[in-house]
Ligand binder design. Sequence first.
Ligand SMILES: [Zn+2]
Ligand SMILES: [Zn+2]
Length: 182
Amino acid sequence: MKDHTDFRDPETGTGFADEMRLIPRWSVALALLAFVTVQYFFWIVLPANRHHEPPPLGFRLYFALSWSALAALYVLMVGYVSRDAPRRSMSLRFWIAICVIMPGGIGSVLYFLLRQPITSRCPACGTHIQADFHFCPQCACQVSASCGQCYRSVSMSDLYCVHCGHDLAADNIPARLKAFQS
Ligand SMILES: [Zn+2]
Ligand SMILES: [Zn+2]
């Protein structure tokens, strides 16, 4: 089922909430743990080892909160990458390593700069194809609707091409694509 919806423009079709749902449970749990651990460090461990006058409470609150939020965010980011990289055919191990090793979240910034478009699989031959492909590069199976006159993308429910006005009914879209019509 999931594969089918991927043929619709997933890059623009999915919102922020859908992206957030991608974050796995283990990473949310770990993020909570990281948050609590940093809080514990700031309020329990640090004062016990302090030999001089502690900084003002406002300062301590600020640092404790920002550092624990950062630690939690870091874990969530790794969780997100672990789910996002496979659907873009990017090396999971490589990018998790980059995100964990690079200091200060530079790894995840790099990831978002360099990540590839979401890929899906050709229903006929299984080749990885990018979301904006109309035809599979290996077997020419049509994987998304396009105008038969100007060859640009059209929506499955359109009757006429929005770019050139071509009557799309004349194109004989494969029955497989018609099944996706809403
Ligand atoms: Zn194919
Ligand atoms: Zn057209």
